[in-house]
Design a protein around this ligand. Structure first.
Ligand code: DX5
Ligand code: ZN
Length: 235
């Protein structure tokens, strides 16, 4: 099992980022209201039908949600041409954007996100190696380690990604970086334990939040499982 030595005092904040991909798109505002007391982040999945075979949310939906919510909008761009859409998403109210390293032009995209005042995230698919993201760690705020292949919610968590999470956290600690390490795909009260032990601290959860009878309680349950796991980790 992958583990990481994280001194409690420097460990980054544990948080759940509920993914509205699993919410009822006909009642998004109500869904967001339901989980808002339990977290400060909302995960917004943007898909273009090219980078992934699915279409979801564009800037108008983000703008409507922005008028309704003060949560940090953690905007996951599963799109082939993020350069074209970063500014519209920023203008719509995205707080942070995460682009995929697989689309290329990563250094330019990071610079563009900084210029736009966005918090900067870089995502890697399950089969993309640590070495692809390593050159950018000092330039970004968040690494998103996908624990499924992107495109759809409700897939099974891929435990083979755990060693990569630990490599990212170990590299960040060695470089003195307070990097957020986010995981996305198949996260629930059980799998969050393994990713916390591996070094992740931001937990995207769609199905395990919005497909439950009590989404707010589910957010609390995932966070509690992560907090308990960290409390038991060696300093
Ligand atoms: C899938 C998205 C995920 C998705 C996760 O490509 O990036 O954010 O909502 O859904 P669950 O939590 O159901 O695996
Ligand atoms: Zn996502």
């Amino acid at each position: 099992m992958a583990t990481v030595d994280t001194a409690h005092s420097t460990a980054p904040t544990l948080r759940v980022a509920p993914s509205i991909l699993a919410a009822d798109f006909g009642s998004l505002a109500a869904a967001v209201d339901g989980i808002s007391p339990g977290t400060d982040w909302l995960h917004v999945d943007v898909m273009d039908g090219h980078f992934v075979p699915n279409l979801t949310i564009g800037p108008p939906v983000v703008a409507s949600l922005r008028a309704h919510s003060d949560l940090f909008f953690d905007t996951h761009l599963m799109i082939t041409d993020p350069a074209r859409y970063l500014e519209p998403f920023r203008d719509a109210g995205a707080d942070g954007c995460t682009v995929h390293v697989e689309v290329g032009e990563t250094a330019a995209l990071i610079a563009q996100m900084r210029d736009l005042g966005l918090r900067v995230g870089l995502a890697a698919n399950p089969d993309t190696p640590f070495e692809a993201i390593e050159p950018f760690l000092e330039l970004i705020d968040l690494v998103l380690c996908m624990t499924i292949f992107p495109g759809f919610g409700g897939q099974h968590f891929m435990a083979e990604v755990l060693p990569k999470i630990t490599r990212v956290r170990t590299a960040a600690l060695a470089a003195g970086l307070t990097l957020d390490i986010e995981v996305d795909g198949g996260i629930d009260e059980r799998t969050v334990v393994d990713v916390t032990r591996a070094g992740a601290n931001v937990f995207v959860a769609g199905t395990a939040v919005f497909n439950r009878e009590d989404p707010l309680g589910a957010v609390g349950g995932i966070l509690r499982a992560a907090t308990d796991e960290r409390a038991g980790m060696a300093p």
